[in-house]
Structures are given as C-alpha cells and as structure tokens.
Design a protein around this ligand. Structure first.
Ligand code: FES
Length: 638
C-alpha cells in the first residue's frame, strides 16, 4: 500500500490507485475530463495537472496517468499546477460554443463546472471557432459536436466498454470527429450512457431535450423496474412528467451504467390512457368512496361464498411492501388463496431458483464482471437482462472464457456480439475446475426445474435471470405464506372472486370469476374488467422496495407527486378556478397503502409498521443510497 502526501494530508492507498483517485478518496477534486472510474485513464485532456514536490517523479504531471508510489508529495494547489490547468481550460474553450451559460447541458456539465471553478471567463483568442456538422443518431440521443473537447470518453465507452461498432472517432489533422460514418440510429443497446458519460453536452437525452434545466428536476434515488437486475437509477421529472432517467452508481450492481431499455421507459408513466381515477362500475369516484364500496362488496361476497372462494393476487412487478400487505389482507379476511405468480411454471421455476441461492453462491453483476469463466444457459441475456450481458462483456475483456451451454440460448446473429463464446452441449463440458472464479448464468423463462437444479455446482457462483423487478421477493413471500400460482387456483374451481394488485394474469380468465377489485397504474384488461378499479402510483411516485435477482433488497424513493402532467391535455381543468390540495389526476395511492386503508376498514388495528411484520421492519430504515442489503444477511442477523 503506497503512502503518499497530498496537500499536506498523508494517506495510504491501494496498489494501482492513481494520484487523481487518491485525491478524490480524501475529498480533493482535481479537474478531469477523460479519466472516468469505469473507463480508466486516457491522458487526452491534460486538465488534471498537479505538481509533484517529492518522490520518484517531480514537476507538473497528469494525476490520472500517475500511479501512487511511496514517498510522493503532491500539491494540487501549487501555482504552476493551477496555471497549467487554467491554460488547458482556456484552450478547450477556444472552440467551445459561447452559449455555455444557457446551454441545455447547463447544471450537469463537467466542462462548465471546471471552467467556472478555474476562473476562466474572458476569451483572448480572436480567431474563428472550429465548427462541425452534427449527426442524426436516432430518437434517443442528440448530437452536438461543436461542444466536443476530444476527451474520447464516448468512443472508449461505446466501442471498448459496450462493444458497439457503428460509432467511433474519425478525422485528420485538427478535425477530430466523434460519430457514425453516416447519419442513423445508434445500434448499441447501451447508447443512452453517452449522455451520462460525456463531460460536456455533445450527447444529450433527446427525449427530454429543452424540457428542463438540471436544477428544475424533481429527482430521487430509484431502482429500474424493467427487469430483475435492480439497476440503480435517478429518474428526473418536472411538472409531474417523468422526463428522463440517468444511471446511478452501485459498484455491486450496475456499476456506472444502465441499458437503454431501462433508461427510455418513461412512456407508460406519462401515458394519457393511464388509470388516474378510481372507478366503481365504470363511474369515477374518489379513492375513499372506492374503498368503502370495496369493503361493502367484499363483505357481501364473503358472506355469500365464503372466504375460500376469494383469491388475493399480488405480483412480481409490485413493491415488496405491496406484496406483504397482500398477504396481510389474505390473513385478515381469511381468504384461502394468495397468489404472487400468474403462471404455474413461472412460479415453480422462480421458487426453485431462489431456494438454491444463498449468501455464498449468489452472484452479483460485479461478481460476473470479475469472473474468469462464465457458462450461460437457457437465456437470451440481451433480451432478458441487457446489463448482465454488459457485465459478461467486461469479464470477457479481462480474459474470461464464455461458454454457451445447450441450444436454447444461441446468440441471436441479428444482435450485437458483445463477447466471443465457446459452444458446449451440457454443463459437464464446462471446465469449471480450471477457473478461479467460475460462474453460471441461467435463465428461468424457458428452462425446466432439472436444469435449474443442475446449476447449483459446488464452488461455483450462479445468477438466475428472473422475470420482474420483485420476483425474488415474491418467491420468498410465496414460500413463507404458502401462496400458489393463479393458474393453479383456476384448476381447483373454488375461486369465485379475486382482488388483484398490479398483476398480469394469464389470458382467458373465466367469465364467472368476479374481479371484485383491481389496482394498477397500467391500463390492463383486468382494470377494464374490474368492478372496482383502483388507480395506484407507479414506482416513481412512491417509496418502496424490490429484491433483485441476487437477493439484494433495494429501496426506491418518491421522485414526483402523482397527477396529470401539466403539459397533458386537460382542457376541462383550464383555467383552474378552484383551490385544490391535490393535483388533478393525483387521487391515487401506492398499492400497499390502498391495502393498508382497506385493512383499517376491516378492523385491523395494527399500525402500518406492525402490518409489515417483524421480518420486514427493516424496509422503513433501508437507505436508498446505501447499495442495498442482501436478504440472506438480514435473515442471518435476526
Ligand atoms: Fe487526466 Fe484527462 S483527466 S489527462
């Protein structure tokens, strides 16, 4: 561990740490553009100059290029270093557009921050600025090459980190250009990260362009609900409209990046046809009245048919809190049936996979990135969990061998090939014993129980790709509560009515089954059929928790208040002539709170906290920015 001194502060840093990172670790920010924790150094921008006062190297040095060594004494504030950094910023700004104070990247632009922090304000060069033609890069990313400072982060991310081949750096002499050979949509399923990684505004999120400044956004730490990996995000909203989503760093999970599917999935939240009012027999009512009606109908139903004819149906796309409360409702009304999965195969496979995982063998995305041998079976990673395929690529870049087992998951030739693979027919053909960190990734969508069990090999970590952001949580609850799949309840023929919560039930629900109530934020068929339709908040309009595919419980926070986006077409509300506390279209609650209020009406006197039960009390204090907690560890600590 090298011992160094930075600005008179002595510190020991791990071998291989560069001086820039060492300074960051004690809260000293050295300006930098090309260096990025996930991409490493490039030495391209020359903005990170420091003065080496003592040690093996002396004088002005680029701190990102210099590994910390014993005896180094570094000054970040030395006059020569400050003058060098100031000169670099001035050179970078020579060709930079002068709209900096009003540019749409303002507030989230590293170049703007370091320019202002360095005190550069007056342009001394009076020559012409070098300009470029910008390109059409598809519907997601806006290109503005004139803002480029040639840090190469975009090309390094797109080609090296993410394996893209249709974008890169071109040019000759002074004309360096980052783009495609011709206009056209970016092909990489990770292209949205260009907007996060560019330290200026060359690449911005086109879907949110000119809608808000950074400081205008409502934002909060959140979790992507699109697949089971639980990538960490920061959704950004304004005026009750979800405008964009950026990646949030979690070294164990997604690292610094997210996939395009998670990033550009705002539409459903803002959709005009989203349920925004409670309906009783198709007539709009307020939420309290809808819950009163539900209580009435539920009591009648139970009196007429008995509790064993009612099924309470939760869902892997609902928060853990909602699914816990679904179990409470089942308990309080004495219903015989509780379901968390629609389909019996989905339920069986998920429960089997979760039962095999424990703190020792469960693989995180970081474990995948660090593996030296990976066997993939029964899944199309780019389709089912894109970020997992990006993690596999990082392992492959570090020299890992990647085996594709069996014929179910042949790589789709139409997709980007992120890594080279070797084909084998069965797991027994994979040379696990030759590897130090072997790992198996297995899908659960198309594989049988035997194949899932076969993955649990001694000394091998494994990761199952599940369906839904909270499949793991639902599997834990299903085992604890003795829940069955919904398709099984249908074969028994006893169920005559259901209360469904954010559930995607199999098509063909028999007509004779009453949908007493459905709660959802998506306009599902079940919501249309329900006697009482309850509009609920989406994940960005509430606090909640999911457990991801590795067993990591993670909390997401409310980003925006529920309600109609101001931009939406609400002519009947304009101009507003009445005072109201709630925004229009905002009469909705999280599913768990709807259940909590229903339980209260049913006479359950436990406080909300008690209703979550002893095991899940920790959810309330789980820090959304704390990286999550493994559900195995929590159980062990109790
Ligand atoms: Fe060191 Fe760019 S950050 S040269």
């Amino acid at each position: 561990m090298p011992s160094i001194i930075i600005d008179s502060i002595p510190l020991d840093v791990p071998e291989g740490t560069n001086v820039l990172e060492a300074a960051r670790s004690i809260g000293i920010t050295i300006p930098h553009f090309c260096w990025h924790p996930a991409l490493g150094k490039a030495g391209a921008c020359r903005a990170c100059a420091v003065k080496m006062l003592e040690g093996p190297v002396k004088g002005i040095q680029m701190s990102c290029m210099l590994p910390a060594q014993d005896g180094m004494v570094v000054s970040t504030t030395d006059g020569e270093a400050v003058a060098m950094r100031r000169a670099v910023i001035e050179w970078l700004m020579i060709n930079h557009p002068h709209d900096c104070p009003v540019c749409d990247e303002g507030g989230e632009c590293q170049l703007q921050d370091f320019t202002i922090a360095g005190g550069h304000g007056i342009r001394r060069y009076d020559g012409l600025k070098r300009t470029h033609v910008k390109q059409y890069l598809g519907g997601y990313i806006e290109h503005e090459m004139n803002r480029c400072i040639q840090c190469y982060r975009c090309a390094r991310f797109y080609q090296e980190y993410a394996g893209g081949t249709d974008f890169g750096v071109m040019g000759s002499s002074g004309g360096v250009y980052f783009g495609r050979q011709q206009d056209g949509p970016l092909q990489s399923p990770f292209s949205g990260n260009l907007a996060d990684i560019c330290p200026t505004g060359v690449f911005t999120d086109k879907t949110a362009r000119f809608r808000a400044r950074y400081w205008d956004y409502d934002m909060a730490p959140s979790i992507c609900p699109v697949c089971s990996l639980g990538c960490n995000t920061v959704p950004m909203a304004r005026y009750r409209e979800l405008l964009k989503t950026t990646a949030r760093r979690n070294d164990k999970v997604n690292g610094w990046f997210i996939c395009d599917r998670g990033r550009f999935s705002n539409t459903a939240v803002n959709a005009p046809d989203r349920p925004r009012r409670a309906l009783v027999d198709g007539k709009p009512v307020d939420m309290a009245a809808a819950l009163d009606s539900l209580l009435e109908r539920l009591s009648e139903f139970l009196a007429l048919n008995g509790a064993d004819s009612l099924a309470v149906v939760g869902s892997p796309r609902m928060s853990l809190e909602g699914n816990i409360m679904a179990a409470r409702l089942r308990e309080v009304v004495g219903a015989e049936t509780l379901c968390y999965f629609g389909d019996v195969l989905h339920a069986e496979r998920t429960l089997e996979a979760v039962s095999l995982l424990n703190a020792e063998n469960s693989a995180s995305q970081e474990d995948v990135r660090q593996a030296d041998l990976i066997a993939i079976l029964a899944c199309d990673l780019q389709e089912e969990a894109p970020m997992m395929s990006l993690a596999v690529r990082q392992a492959w870049r570090n020299g890992a061998r990647i085996f594709v087992v069996g014929s179910e998951c042949r790589l789709d030739p139409t997709k980007l090939h992120l890594y080279e693979t070797e084909d084998v027919t069965s797991l027994t053909d994979v040379p696990f014993t030759e590897a130090r960190n072997p790992l198996v990734i297995c899908g659960t969508r198309h594989t049988g129980l035997e194949a899932i069990r076969a993955v649990a090999l001694p000394g091998v970590k494994f990761s199952f790709i599940l369906d839904g952001p909270n499949s793991f949580g639902c599997a834990l609850l299903a085992r604890e509560q003795g829940a069955v799949s919904f398709s099984e309840t249908l074969t028994g023929g006893r169920v005559k009515g259901i209360i469904s919560l954010e559930a995607d039930l199999p098509a063909g629900l028999p007509n004779e089954i009453r949908v007493l109530a459905a709660a959802d934020w998506l306009p599902t068929q079940l919501m249309k059929r329900a006697e009482i339709a309850l509009s609920v908040t989406s994940w960005v309009e509430m606090d909640g928790s999911y457990i991801n595919n590795e067993g990591r419980a993670q909390r997401f926070k409310q980003v925006m208040r529920p309600g109609l986006p101001i931009k939406g077409e609400t002519p009947e509300l304009h101009p507003p002539r009445i005072h109201r506390h709630d925004p229009p279209g905002g009469d909705m609650l999280p599913s768990w709170r709807i259940l909590s209020e229903l339980l209260e009406r049913l006479g359950d006197e436990r406080s909300e906290e008690d209703r979550f039960g002893e095991k899940c009390k920790f959810l309330g204090s789980l820090d959304a920015e704390g990286g999550g907690i493994m559900s195995y560890e929590r159980n062990r600590n109790q």
